[in-house]
Design a protein around this ligand. Structure first.
Ligand code: FAD
Length: 493
């Protein structure tokens, strides 16, 4: 992470006082014991206590905090629920951590226009809960949906098992209110699908808290499909499962969700939730079809026959809603299930062309042997989005470093086979230094110019997404600390 600015650290008392003047009462936290819960997000391998935590109540307070920080050159890290898996909400020692937890109200629900207007601290599942009695739901469904906030979802462009058919966050957000680091309050998009002007909303979704702080979100809500049924399909080989996924899509069928788990993931999940997953298969597919009942039954039969043609060894269709939910329970609990079999794990997130799945899995097994660390795999198979969970023990010296190197090799492999560095978890700290594996100098320069247009002082979520050395080289300057040039082995520019 960037070196903390000693001058800012020395001004701590002044900064805390300024924050208290803006957010009175209990909205400013500065005692070290109370700061501790904010020291990391779900990428718990990296921790840093922030300078101070501020919990604003109103948009005006958010604007005043940002304006003050901009004028006084203090960095700001926005935070939702802290479930990011890429270190996106990791604090800096010299930052104001702007926690949006108090922005937790649903402002408006309009069933005629099929939109909900919510504050960013509302949980993803909270939106569905608010509209389900009327037969509606919010489609993107990250496995963390019980905890993660819509503000975090917008920042990470989050996905979930139902995004294959219904799109990612970016396809379900119609508008946001954004506060810039200069304290301006800007509205982007609105209640309709096609706003006029440049698509700045598209720029903000997925911007990982680097361009502004989201204070209001307008999302699409959808009527619940008449029926939803799921198939649990076991394969003797990963190749068979991979080919089945490709053939289902090629047949013109877009399932509501199509997920794959490898054998270790199936065993870990079944041991945790006992939903009756077959344990004698090398790969398990969960395929959900939704829509009118007759269409659903017809598609179910089509998918089953494609699966059998690809060597499926077991096929079970859910008979009722309870069983459908049970089929998903194991998949949705795959991460905590990994937590039961290993003291620590790193959850990677890369995307590959679907047809490359078998050879990517083979290479991953070779990495696993090379680094002497276990790996279990869950995939959003329809999207080609991989989530290898690398198992390690942080108490064993050297294992975290081996896990990080293993993860970096997986992500480089994703790019090498024609995929991308991230599917839905964002770049954050985790993939920051791998960005040059995917983007040219020119690509990165244009992204950084956009960042500078929104945040000229580079204060918002500094140290995330853009490789640090790259930035120094581009600006033609290098931070030399204690006389030691960083990265002495790299060529100088
Ligand atoms: C068990 C588990 C399962 C998960 N499953 C999925 C999954 O299926 N799909 C998926 O996509 N992700 C998944 N995630 C990752 C994570 O839940 C998402 O990235 C989520 O969107 C983060 O939301 P959050 O509220 O926790 O944000 P945080 O972790 O607090 O922050 C994430 C990023 O958003 C920024 N941010 C937060 N709020 C704002 C705001 N109001 N304005 C501007 N920037 C903001 C932060 O600066 C940070 O960069 C999972 C995580 C866990 C722990």
């Amino acid at each position: 992470m960037p070196e903390p600015d000693a001058a800012v650290l020395e001004r701590r008392a002044e900064i805390v006082a300024a924050m208290r003047a803006i957010v009175p009462g209990e909205g400013v936290i500065d005692h070290v014991d109370s700061l501790r819960p904010y020291e990391c997000d779900a990428l718990t391998a990296y921790r840093q206590i922030p300078l101070v935590v501020v919990l604003p109540d109103t948009v005006e307070q958010v604007a005043a905090v940002l304006r003050w920080c901009h004028a006084n050159h203090v960095k700001v890290v926005p935070r939702g629920a802290g479930t990011s898996l890429s270190g996106g909400a990791l604090p800096l020692a010299d930052c104001v951590l702007l926690a949006m937890a108090r922005f937790n109200r649903i402002l408006d629900i309009d069933y005629a226009d099929r939109v909900a207007v919510v504050q960013p601290g509302v949980t993803n599942l909270g939106i569905t809960r608010a509209v389900e009695d009327a037969g509606f739901y919010y489609a993107p469904d990250p496995s963390s949906q019980i905890a993660c906030t819509i503000g975090g979802n917008v920042a990470e462009n989050s996905g979930g098992v139902h995004c294959l058919k219904y799109g990612l966050t970016t396809n379900n957000v119609l508008g946001v209110e954004l506060v810039t680091i200069e304290g301006d309050i800007v509205r982007l998009g609105g209640r309709t699908l096609e706003p006029a002007g440049l698509d700045l909303l598209g720029v903000i979704v997925g911007s990982e808290g680097l361009l502004g702080v989201v204070t209001e979100v307008t999302v699409r809500i959808l009527p619940r499909p008449e029926t939803a049924r799921a198939l649990l399909i076991g394969f003797a080989t990963v190749e068979g499962a991979g080919q089945c996924v490709a053939d289902v899509i090629a047949a013109g069928i877009i399932p509501a969700g199509m997920e794959m788990m490898d054998k270790p993931a199936v065993h870990a999940a079944e041991a945790f939730v006992q939903v009756g997953y077959p344990l004698d298969v090398d790969a398990l597919l969960i395929v959900e079809l939704d829509g009118p009942a007759t269409e659903c039954s017809h598609l179910l039969e089509e998918v089953e026959s494609i699966a059998r043609a690809n060597g499926a060894v077991s096929v079970r269709a859910s008979v009722d809603e309870q069983e459908r939910v049970a089929f998903w329970a194991g998949r949705k609990a795959a991460f905590p299930a990994a937590g039961r079999i290993s003291p620590d794990y790193l959850c990677m997130d890369g995307t590959i062309p679907r047809r490359r799945l078998p050879d990517v899995l083979t290479r991953m097994r070779a990495f696993s042997a090379q680094y002497d660390l276990g790996v279990i795999n869950v995939f959003h198979a329809g999207d080609g989005n991989l989530h290898p969970l690398i198992l390690y023990d942080a108490n064993e010296p050297g294992q975290l470093e081996r896990a990080e190197a293993f993860g970096a090799d997986i992500l480089r492999l994703c790019v090498e086979v024609g995929g991308v560095l991230t599917g839905e978890h964002g770049v954050g700290v985790e993939k920051r230094d791998l960005m040059p594996a995917m983007f040219s100098e020119t690509d990165l320069a244009y992204q950084e110019r956009l960042k500078s247009a929104f945040d000229p002082g580079l204060l918002l979520n500094a140290g995330k997404m853009f490789p640090l050395l790259h930035r120094c080289a581009e600006l033609g300057r290098m931070h030399v600390h204690g006389g030691a040039v960083p990265f002495p082995d790299l060529p100088r520019f």
